[in-house]
Design a protein. Sequence first.
Length: 707
Amino acid sequence: MDDNLPELPPDPREAQLAKNIERLLSKEHVRDQAVSDAVSKDAFPKYLEELDGGKLFLLASDVQALTPYTDKMDDELREGDLVLARKGAAMLKHRRDVVAKLVAEMLAKPFDFTVDEKIESDPKKVQFAATEGELADRWRKFLKMQALERITQLEDTEQARAKKTPPKKDEVAPVKPLVIPPTFAGKEEKARTELATSYAVRFTRMADMEPLEPAEKFINAVASIYDPHTLYMPPAEKENFDIQISGSLEGIGAALGEEDHYIIVRDLIPGGASWQQGKLEAGDLILAVAQQGKDPVDVTDLPIDKVVKMVRGPKGTIVTLTVKKADGHTENISITRDVVRIEASYARGAVLDRGAKSDSVGYVYLPGFYGETRSGTTGPGDRNATGDVRKLLEKFQKQKLGSVIIDLRGNGGGLLGHARDITGLLIDTGPVVQTKSSDGEIGVLEDTDKGVAFSGDVVVMVDRFSASASEILAGALQDYKRAVIVGTGPTHGKGTVQTLVDLDRMRGGAPAKGESMGVFKLTIEQYYRVNGDSTQWRGVVPDIVMPDPASYVDSGERSLEHTIPWSKVEPLKFKTVQHSWDMTALTAASAKRVTAEPVFGKVDAFAKLLKEQRKTTEFSLKRDVWQAERKKDKELLDTVRPKLDEGKPRFEVVPVEDPAAAAPKPAGDKQNDKVRGRLDKWQGDLARDPWLEEALRVIEDMKPSKI
């Protein structure tokens, strides 16, 4: 082992953090497997991926210098001394400094696009560079490809302007008008200049490493060997996780992004503090941030996550932003922070109507199973998935609608309890899901609340991105025969339960400021349907299958490494719901319609062609060859592109007003217009959705008189 390799100093939290993680993996994970030499040997390649997955920094000799630690990762965790993490981080830091200078030099002079050479874009198909010269050549080709892509984008925009192509409804107007040089040389120079600025900022921000980042890469490499969902989250990532699950945060209500050396305001969240105050605008560049009663801090070149952390803060406190406006003048804007509710996180409802010969149908779109995770209690205005879905279902029941569609497409899951509770809104009482821990103990989550919120027919829509809690809900309603599951294929296949372990509590006492260790998301159980089957790996198979527009994407538990295998437990006793439909007849009728629907034929053809094109990972860097190949691929795709947003509406969509949404501002207010525009787009997309239309037809077939 080369003990002469430089290493970064250990963070004071590292020893306790590492020991706690080792204990949790060995004693609490559902696999019931000790962290051993075998785990370490599997984790080492994953660590190299965490360190330099693109193979754009480390040399083969660097990797060789780290290989003596291949079977030591388990020992280092157990002893609380992550030597490999610190040496790897120091090595990467050194290589990044070297590459930063190299990139700046390369982007200072024009590329030669007449040379007939190729680049392999898939890092899995190349080895670590053997020499610095080979690494430099790899970067030269990589930057050349990126320049070609930018030049092509400029040329495409130029052609669109010449044809005076109007922007699409959902396109966001650029903050700055795009100036396109008239000559190729000018475009090439513009592309290089933009790349040079982008990489200079990127390398500056990468150099500002979070103290726990080396440990994070090490720990997550080991954790990934247990399963893909066990994950260490340092304090900043834990905060983002809370926001995703709860659908709310305390801050100013602005979406931020990076532009050159600055943080830019991309958008304002309707109803948020900035939206209400009215002075901050999309396109403002944030130059400095000042906390209440303190001096401003320059945020130029700071990583976006650090700036976001500075901008967020408790409700009622004031933050002052120094911003540069579009006209160039600088302004200080003081904003009182408030609870910002991310409306896109919440359930939405509508009434769908196919015409006089069809009955109106209720529609519930549920993007996630959300609820408060931070305080453990709820207050006025706090929202959760069960409460929001209940209100919609009860509204549809009062309107005497005979059926409802629950749309779980793209729903990646969330809080397990809400999957049980929402199932309970549609069944009287009974078991919903089983759980099995590492010691083999079986637990059952039941619906004990008698009665239902909606008594009519139910169709549940799923796709390959419906996961976890979505699969519990869909699987339970399928087993109870309470709903017909309609989808584009098996769901994601995540049949495991995670818990968030507060690592600060493990060491006892509240941490001092800046000393938090974050949390560990640990897989502790598998869950099983009431029929005894796990959704793990296999997912929920729809009763009625339609073409999959994302079939070209490798996704789902089936595509991940180190997944927990499928298994089965004893089924539970439960009473199925009486229904009038015949599944064989429903399936046959739907298949006939799908075959006859032209847009589904294009969806299938488009996905297959895209999947075939994605197999090509080696590209020519000669400009005329690049353009010819790109033109050919684009023309082939255009011949089968479904163009779902261009057809006529297939049915009427009447959104259900959300009483918790932001109160509208006066007519003509640009933020209010954005809110209206988002709602109009959602409404328009639904009305043109052929999958949703087929779900409506399935509901019609479910009536006894239809089939």
